[in-house]
Design a protein around this ligand. Structure first.
Ligand code: XMP
Length: 512
């Protein structure tokens, strides 16, 4: 693999994704890894990420000089660029000139391998205080900017390079090409990480792990569990059984999508458990968001356990398929301990004492890779292109007690909003658009000649890369107008539609 050493900015995962876009497999590793640990992974190259420190600060994360003697190609980015330059004997100084955001980067000489033939002036994204003022002996300077005398250097012979700017972000238009050149042309890595190779390898691994055993897979209706299930089905055929729990907190069409589209595409064994009453009963009288989440999580596990006991009669199901993704793996291994903002519940929240051996075929993949794998496996775009939908479903989009009537109201409003957004071709632009019912709020309206006293519906369209941060999407007024008119006309309990214009932070994406 190509190892991306994470020096504490949020960029390491993005770098890893970009490396994979260049069809090279990459993993994120903590900057505290020792040289021996890194070399034991037999890296094809190492990339040092950006980070918030100054290389001269006390306790600044460093790199073991052993790494530069090991013959492994190394690319330094931002902080990593400074760290690599310093380790190789160059000079890093606080020049007093800071650069943040879009910066003009000029090619020096021929531009070396990384910058040759690119525009002599290119825009690149910078974020730094210190700068490399003298490149290491034996290397050539390939780029500079007003604030960074050495904005790029390379030592092609020893296969080292550094760039002060962030090639991984979209604001550096030539960044992906620069990364590609480092990987393919300087490090000499062959591009082999393709969707079909991912599928082949995962199917082989799953078959190996499960042998002639049987596996069970909880489907949530989301992309991840569907793709994980489809991969395992490809590997072990009808020794896989998928279980779909209808908790009644689903949107219009969701159950059909699983029961019809997913089964048609894969031919998988599917058991649907109708647990609608059970969930409604358990949620009766509950208004506290955290309590709702806990109840939904608990009931889900109970239903799943029951389904598992029922299946046991047919054979021994020893394996449980989970759609865990790479970012979850990196984050739980990072150990940074983020504050618990909300207790997330999903199919991945099944407890360890369920007594299964886990099969996690997406553990190494990013979301965009999961989508491509899904398409490669023949899943329809309606499943693969789905926007995220939380495990607790509409239960956390009704502000107030969850009841059957309120669910009907919200379902109807949500279906209209989704229909109009899709019709307007906005599905790609929007990350997701929760539709929220303020069930305990009423306001006065007028319809026909009569006074109404109904509930507001909130539209919460957001744009995001990873749901950690988000901005509210500037939807066209005509689309908002159509949604508002249709919801207030077609859903009798609703007489007002409002738009949530809060970014995250401070607002979370869901209202509960
Ligand atoms: P928040 O509301 O925390 O949501 O900004 C971030 C993303 O996570 C989704 N979400 C969940 N997904 N189980 C899930 O599987 C949950 O309990 C859950 N809560 C929120 C939310 O839809 C958004 O995409």
């Amino acid at each position: 693999p190509v190892l991306v050493m994470d020096f504490g900015a949020q960029y390491a995962q993005l770098i890893a994704r970009r490396v994979r876009e260049a069809q090279v497999y990459s993993e994120v590793v903590p900057s505290t890894s020792t040289a021996d640990e890194l070399l034991a992974k037999n890296p094809a190259a190492i990339i040092l990420s950006g980070g918030p420190s100054s290389v001269y600060a006390d306790g600044a994360p460093g790199m073991d000089p052993k790494l530069v003697e090991a013959g492994v190609p190394i690319l330094g980015i931002c902080y990593g660029h400074q760290l690599l330059a310093k380790t190789l004997g160059g000079v890093v100084e606080p020049t007093g000139v800071r650069e943040f955001g879009r910066t003009d980067v000029r090619t020096i000489g021929e531009g070396g391998v990384l910058h040759a033939g690119l525009p002599a002036h290119q825009t690149a994204w910078m974020s730094h205080n210190d700068s490399v003022t003298e490149a290491p002996a034996g290397s050539v300077v390939t780029a500079s900017s007003d604030g960074a005398a050495v904005a790029g250097f390379e030592d092609v012979e020893r296969r080292f390079a550094g760039v002060q700017y962030h090639p991984e972000v979209a604001h550096s238009p030539h960044g992906q090409e620069v990364l590609r050149r480092f990987l393919h042309d300087i490090a000499g890595i062959r591009p082999q990480w393709t969707t079909s190779s991912i599928v082949d390898e995962q199917v082989w691994r799953i078959a190996e792990q499960i042998g002639d055993g049987r596996a069970i897979c909880g489907l949530s209706g989301g992309v991840d569990s569907a793709v994980a299930g489809a991969l395992v089905q490809r590997a072990i055929g009808d020794r896989l059984t998928c279980v779909f729990v209808d908790h009644g907190l689903l949107r219009v069409g969701e159950r059909t999508q699983v029961e019809r589209d997913f089964v048609t595409a894969t031919g998988v064994n599917l058991v649907t458990v109708d647990a609608r009453e059970r969930f409604l009963d358990a949620l009766g009288g509950v208004t506290d968001p955290e309590e709702k989440r806990k109840i939904i999580g608990r009931e889900f596990i109970r239903v799943f356990e029951q389904a598992e006991r029922d299946l046991k009669a047919q054979g021994d199901y020893k394996f449980l398929v989970q759609g865990t993704l790479y970012p979850d793996v990196v984050e739980s291994g990072g150990g940074e301990g983020t504050a618990n903002i909300k207790s997330h519940h999903n199919v991945g929240g099944l407890p360890d004492d369920l007594q299964f051996e886990l099969v996690e075929p997406l553990r190494l993949l990013f979301k965009d890779e999961v989508r491509r794998v899904g398409l490669e496996l023949g899943l329809p775009a309606t499943i693969v292109g789905r926007q995220p939908f939380p495990g607790p479903g509409l239960g956390i989009r009704i502000i107030g007690e969850v009841t059957a009537d309120r669910l009907e109201t919200l379902r109807a409003a949500d279906a209209i909003a989704r229909e109009e957004l899709t019709a307007a071709g906005l599905d790609q632009e929007i990350w997701q658009c929760p539709v929220v019912l303020l069930a305990d709020v009423r306001s006065v309206g007028v319809q026909g000649d009569g006074r109404t006293y109904g509930h507001p519906i909130v539209l919460r369209p957001v744009s995001s890369e990873d749901a950690m941060t988000a901005d509210w999407t500037r939807l066209p007024y005509e689309v908002l107008e159509r949604i508002s008119t249709r919801i207030t006309n077609e859903v009798p309990e609703v007489n007002r539609v409002v738009l949530d214009v809060t970014s995250k932070p401070p607002g979370t994406i869901e209202w509960e």
